[in-house]
Design a protein around this ligand. Structure first.
Ligand code: ZN
Ligand code: ZN
Ligand code: ZN
Length: 386
């Protein structure tokens, strides 16, 4: 793990209390959460996702219990909410049925006919169907609405971790831009990106998109065997995690090699100028009270006006935190209003299929007085020798 301090243990008490209030507000008797961001947010436990059940049971009245497989017990015992006794810990043996134990931990309220049980939205269907057999009278629903709402509002420690992660990603971008590119494959460059993401301070590398030449026109291209040549762009979209919190940034490079005549053509320069203005317009529009969809419109207007509307084929951004894509989404139709503490990407792109494309992506926090952009590398086109 990085030496960066994580979330203070006392914070989990508040989070569990707010989750319980949200559960009560939703008329729920029991909240059940498996491995993933919700569990980590509630307890600090980064659980392994396997066929062996790990589950937090949070009854609306009564004490919270984390049930883990016996072989993962000592790891779970180190989680902040367990260590500070906010949540009890139990383990199950290989011959036991953990779902029976969860049904028991839910208490009488969960077994009452017509009770409402809310489950995390990433819980495997096999577990949900098994639980339904143990709690036949319960009505099952998703915990998403209750929990994602809470998780979107980042506190100062979460913003600090997002900022540290963003800085580590920025250093990685600058190192890749300054290094050798021509003659190397996207796969090789992607491997270097992952190594550097960790060297620069992430606990883990999460993804590395290296879209060179025509691949830059595919927003979710990963890496391929294609070898980078002079006179083409590279869309570099990279991210990792630090104490669970994600980074995600995109810069577009233009590789000239040793030949100055291989610089960007006028058409690409024009495309990029439009994109840069669009990204800046959306970032500048960030403030408390503005609708998420208004930021999407702010990015889309200059791109539409330049005739590239059809080539901007995805939403403007996504929330970020313990998950790289989470609420709130910057997309037409999302009327949700920004509040201080919302953290999200602003990442318009223009993609000319078969030819080339570009994207600029920053993580931005909505602060009391406007945008707080976490990524600080230059947003202008990086023309590099490579
Ligand atoms: Zn994406
Ligand atoms: Zn990205
Ligand atoms: Zn993104």
């Amino acid at each position: 793990m990085s030496g960066v301090p994580g979330i203070p243990a006392a914070r989990y008490r508040d989070r569990l209390a707010t989750a319980r209030e949200a559960l009560r507000g939703a008329g729920g008797a029991l909240l059940l959460v498996g491995p993933g961001a919700d569990l980590r947010w509630l307890t600090g436990y980064d659980a392994m996702l396997t066929e062996r059940l790990t589950m937090l049971a949070l009854p609306v009245d009564g004490s919270a219990l984390l049930l883990v497989p016996r072989l993962e017990r000592s790891g779970a015992a180190r989680a902040p909410a367990i260590r500070s006794r906010q949540v009890g810990l139990a383990s199950w043996e290989e011959t036991e049925d953990p779902l029976a134990l969860i049904a028991a931990a839910g208490g009488q309220a969960a077994r009452d006919p017509g009770s409402r049980v809310l489950v995390g939205d990433r819980l495997w269907a096999s577990f949900v169907l098994g639980l339904q057999a143990f709690l036949p009278g319960a009505r099952f629903g998703l915990a998403t609405s209750a929990l994602s709402e809470l998780r979107t509002m980042k506190d100062a420690d979460e913003v600090r971790l997002l900022r540290e992660a963003a800085a580590a990603a920025d250093r990685t971008v600058l190192a890749i831009a300054a290094g050798r590119l021509v003659g190397r494959s996207e796969v090789e460059i992607g491997r270097e990106v992952r190594d550097r993401l960790v060297d620069e301070g992430h606990d883990e590398a999460a993804f590395a998109i290296v879209g060179s030449g025509p691949n830059s026109a595919e927003p979710h291209h990963a890496v391929s065997a294609r070898v980078v040549a002079p006179g083409e762009p590279i869309v570099l979209d990279i991210g990792g995690t630090l104490q669970g919190y994600c980074s995600d940034t995109t810069r577009t490079l233009w590789v000239t090699g040793r030949d100055p005549a291989k610089g960007p053509d006028d058409a690409f320069r024009h495309l990029y100028t439009v994109l840069e203005a669009a990204q800046a317009a959306a970032v500048e529009a960030v403030k408390p009270g503005i609708a998420c969809e208004a930021l999407d419109t702010a990015a889309r207007q200059p791109i539409d006006a330049a005739g590239f509307g059809e080539a901007f084929l995805h939403r403007t951004g996504h929330g970020i935190g313990l998950e790289v894509h989470e609420d709130p989404y910057l997309v037409a139709g999302n009327h949700e209003l920004l509040r201080p503490g919302h953290a999200f990407s602003v990442e318009p792109g223009i993609y000319l299929e078969g030819r080339y494309g570009a994207r600029i992506e920053d993580i931005v926090v909505c602060a009391q007085d406007g945008p707080d952009a976490l990524n600080l590398t230059p947003r202008s086109l990086m023309v590099v020798g490579g």
